[in-house]
Write a protein of this length. Structure first.
Length: 149
């Protein structure tokens, strides 16, 4: 049930890293949301942006497990409170790894530790390829993809 994706992006790791940590970049990729965290191991994080609860909707949240700038980020992930009543019980792990390959960056994303019958699994399985494709497009062209939403 683990979700694992690998892609190669025509940019250095520092540029790819910005997508996950710089508010202007996260807004472009994560549907207007920004990542709020101190990035210290054990600290909370949340992606907050427009949604069910207005401009400050918490889409996902969790705890930072690992953080090495321009190389590795790992965190637990819960769906936001407006998505599931039992959001606190629904936890997975997301790990992002960046490796330099020539003049490119290999981005590996693993979303694992899924509990059996997690209600967000199918949606997440379909969303990650769209998000990762959007990341690659944005970094390489400066434009996000038009998914027709």
């Amino acid at each position: 049930m683990d979700l694992k994706y690998e892609l190669y992006i025509g940019a250095q790791p520092e540029k790819v890293w910005e997508i996950f940590t710089v508010p202007e970049a996260t807004k472009a990729i994560f549907f207007g949301s920004v990542l709020k965290s101190t990035f210290e191991i054990g600290s909370p994080y949340e992606y907050v942006g427009p949604g069910n609860d207005g401009e400050e909707t918490v889409h996902v949240y969790g705890e930072v497990l690992a953080f090495e700038p321009c190389r590795l980020m790992s965190f637990t992930e819960h769906p936001g409170p407006s998505y599931r009543d039992n959001h606190a019980e629904l936890v997975t792990r997301v790990t992002l790894t960046l490796d330099t390959v020539g003049a490119c960056t290999k981005l590996t994303l693993v979303n694992d530790q899924w509990p059996e019958n997690h209600p967000s699994y199918e949606n997440t399985k379909n969303s990650w390829p769209m998000i990762l494709s959007n990341i690659k497009s944005y970094i390489e062209t400066g434009k996000t993809l038009d998914f027709g939403w």
